[in-house]
Design a protein around this ligand. Structure first.
Ligand code: ZN
Ligand code: ZN
Ligand code: FE
Length: 759
């Protein structure tokens, strides 16, 4: 029995070829648990097989577990692929969606082939999987491809062991497969005609629209994108206006790696990630001379870049006139789920698009693009979706199946089965009603796809998160126990889970906001934590958060609060420079002393907000984390010194740092240098506090988590300082450090408590 990523990657055909070559008989079949292989043959062949098994499987397979049993030979001399068995729980049902492979890409452009210019070219090792899967095991009949019966020629290829599409479940050709079409919203046809354009005419039309500065909705793998020329400021501005997204960075897709290098700096690690079969969007540092419109990622140093990861994207860029850099942002109104149906786009979003490049391969599971970046030389996933989901994270523990519902923003949920933790795709802000529905739909789909019936439900401690309400409802319905897990403990556990580590560690959670055990808003926390116990040892000093949640979107509120903590309120008001922006400063100052309107917070994210506003970088945000991102973008990488801070009663106080920053700004110091010194200060707080905890608790391993740990400038300095101090450091990689990772940490907490008999 082989478990891991062994289905939908050409595992059985690959094995067939190796076994036939070795002269072994037997069979291979997909089961919901993994792939079952029976082999018999000469002794030396079997020995060779057992020794070299890992090298004999296809490159996109991943073996997590290999179990070997001895059995009586049955006299089988030939090897064959058996029909799948379908019952039982599913341990690895469906692989993630893979980017087009080099062989299929070659077939696209080579002239005269059966699949030249074919927009849905896939093979055993590439193409959509999760987004088209309806059931397990992953076979054509259990996917939306069952609507496209194979033609005679494809059928021959499918049955021929010598062919590279032998048993390719998603294969098709122009004869029998899906097709592209292009039409304008409001009429059935292309360019206002009665009939849509089809095939290559559809691609030509899309290219023509894009070239002329128009917006085209492009149906992709997990949903529709809105596309326009990323070098055309007017087109970019129009997409922003339609989406209701004034500043939030837009992702782009570039024709090829060479184009990516024209607009951005790309190191080897970023290139590897971009070109991998997961093909995420990767954040790259913009070149100042780039041709990219300034409206794509305003105020930021980085822009999210993708390569064409499907044949139709590849073909679109090959059309004459297609701009080499296209904005490719999810087709939705701001914060709503990504659209998957052309009807939805043509009717609901028709004001946004001039044309629709559609196809008739249905999207069964909605899935956004994944987003990753390189921090300290290693990839870190910020949004784990297409290309990653539903691949499990292997935990150090097994136990009863758990559903963990995550937090509020950037929501994901996690379902566990044994040691496997399946994190859902990015769902988004579940305080939005549409996303709440999306959450519940996705839960229904994934729990049935994975055949997992949870026995424990974990949620955030926050009493009012919609995800917590859902968890409560489900627990009541099914008579299950509900386990609330503190937000920042879940952050630390998500990092431990990813590394398969138990602790104890020093857990550093630098975060936006999360509900604390004392009912206050936490977010700058130092724990001593293992999988079971998490004790808060130090934290950022509590500062009032004037207007509560409103302060998250309006950093000037935290600026006033930190300034009032440093000086008297009158001086605080006089320091704030609003440069013409009309802000109710006086009123907000009035809230600061009132506990009912200003809950205390120890949030690190709110400290960044305060500094961004004090420096005049941003007073009001139009997307989550904007102030902190813009503050990071201006930080001068050559500045090494830091401001002073004080540790009193286990609280870390920044009033001296704030006073220094204010003083330097008044003296005319460059704000990039002030931003850098402030970042360096927080890094120094992290390193110094870890040193204190080492001498108090004897711990030398540090886990860094929380939304602020997406800040590459900060994380790199924390890692450097900690390593120089003799610590070993655990950081995030494939599990997001932000709230998208929370559900994994919650799941681990529930499993561990169950195992240790705490309840
Ligand atoms: Zn391929
Ligand atoms: Zn065919
Ligand atoms: Fe968080």
């Amino acid at each position: 029995m082989v478990r891991g990523r062994v289905q939908g990657v050409g595992f059985r055909p690959g094995l067939y070829r190796s076994m036939t070559m070795l002269g072994c008989g037997g069979c291979v079949r997909n089961t919901p648990e993994g792939v079952c292989v029976e082999v018999e043959g000469p002794e030396d062949a079997i020995t060779h097989l057992l020794r070299n098994f890992a090298g004999m499987v296809p490159s996109r397979a991943r073996i997590d577990e290999l179990e070997v049993f001895e059995a009586e030979p049955t006299g089988e001399t030939s090897f064959h692929i058996e029909k799948s068995t379908e019952d039982g729980p599913s341990l690895l049902p469906v692989p993630p969606d893979f980017a087009i492979c080099p062989d299929c890409e070659r077939e696209l452009v080579e002239s005269g082939g059966r699949r030249t210019g074919y927009a849905f070219n896939t093979c055993t090792c590439c193409g959509p999987r999760f987004t088209i899967a309806r059931g397990v095991p992953f076979d054509r009949v259990a996917s939306v491809m069952d609507e496209f019966p194979l033609c005679a020629e494809c059928s021959n290829e499918f049955k021929n062991p010598e062919n590279r599409r032998f048993h390719a479940q998603t294969m098709s050709c122009p004869e029998c497969g899906p097709a592209l079409s292009f039409f304008c919203p409001g009429c059935a046809g292309g360019d206002g005609g009665a009939e849509p354009f089809r095939g290559s005419l559809a691609l030509e039309a899309a290219a023509r629209y894009l070239k002329n500065g128009m917006t085209v909705a492009v149906k992709g793998v997990g949903g529709f994108h809105l596309a326009c020329d990323a070098m055309d400021a007017g087109a970019v501005a129009r997409i922003r206006a339609c989406k209701g997204r004034p500043h939030k960075p837009l992702g782009v897709m570039v024709a090829d790696m060479q184009t990516a290098r024209c607009i951005c700096h790309a190191d080897r690690a970023s290139e590897n990630l971009l070109c991998s079969e997961r093909a995420p969007m990767v954040l790259l540092r913009k070149k100042p001379t780039g041709i990219l419109s300034g409206g794509v990622a305003p105020g930021l140093q980085h822009v999210g870049v993708m390569l064409p990861y499907t044949p139709f994207h590849r073909l679109l860029f090959d059309q004459e006139g297609t701009p080499p850099v296209l904005v490719m942002t999810s087709c939705n109104r701001s914060e709503e789920p990504i659209a998957t149906g052309s009807f939805e786009v043509a009717s609901g979003l028709s004001d946004m698009v001039d044309g629709i490049l559609d196809h008739n391969r249905r999207i069964e599971n909605r899935c956004d693009d994944s987003v990753a970046g390189i921090i300290a030389g290693s990839p870190v996933v910020f949004r784990r979706s297409r290309g990653y989901v539903p691949e499990p994270v292997m935990l150090g523990y097994g136990g009863p199946p758990v559903l963990a519902v995550g937090a509020m923003w950037k929501n994901t949920f996690t379902l566990t089965s044994g040691r496997r933790a399946y994190m859902s795709q990015h769902i988004g802000d579940v305080s939005d009603a549409d996303n709440e529905d999306y959450f519940e739909d996705t839960y229904e789909k994934i729990s049935s796809l994975l055949r997992i019936e949870p026995e424990i439900i974990a949620c955030d401690m926050h009493p009012d998160y919609p995800s917590t309400n859902f968890a409560r409802r489900l627990a009541r319905q099914k008579g299950l126990e509900l386990r609330p897990v503190q937000h920042h403990r879940a952050h630390i556990l998500s990092c431990l889970a990813e590394h398969g580590v138990d602790g104890p560690v020093i857990g550093v959670s630098m975060d936006g906001t999360g509900y604390g055990e004392d009912g206050n808003v936490w977010g700058g926390e130092f724990f001593v934590a293992d999988a079971r116990i998490c004790e808060r040892k130090y934290h950022f000093k509590y500062i009032p958060m004037p207007g509560g949640e409103r302060a998250v979107a309006e950093p000037y509120r935290m600026a006033l609060s930190y300034l009032s903590d440093t000086y008297d309120p009158g001086k605080a008001l006089s320091i704030m420079e609003t440069r013409g922006e009309e802000l109710p400063l006086q009123q907000v100052c009035g809230l600061i002393g009132r506990g009912d309107f200003s809950p205390p917070t120890s949030s690190c994210g709110r400290l960044f907000d305060a500094v961004a506003s004090i420096l005049g970088v941003r007073h009001i945000c139009t997307y989550e984390g904007q102030a902190a991102c813009e503050l990071e973008a201006i930080a001068d990488g050559f500045v090494e010194d830091a401001y002073p801070f004080v540790v009193r009663n286990r609280g870390i106080e920044f009033s001296q740092a704030i006073a220094c920053a204010v003083e330097e700004k008044r003296a005319g110091e460059n704000i990039g240098a002030i931003s850098a010194r402030f970042h360096n200060t927080v890094a120094k707080v992290v390193v110094d506090t870890c040193c204190r905890l080492r001498s108090e608790e004897g711990l030398r391993v540090v886990a860094l988590s929380g939304g602020v740990m997406q800040n590459a400038y900060l994380v790199e300095r924390c890692i450097r300082g900690l390593r120089a101090g003799g610590f070993s450091v655990l950081t995030h990689g494939e599990v997001p450090p932000n709230d998208a990772g929370i559900s994994l940490g919650q799941a681990l907490a529930a499993l561990v408590e169950k195992n240790s008999g705490i309840y």
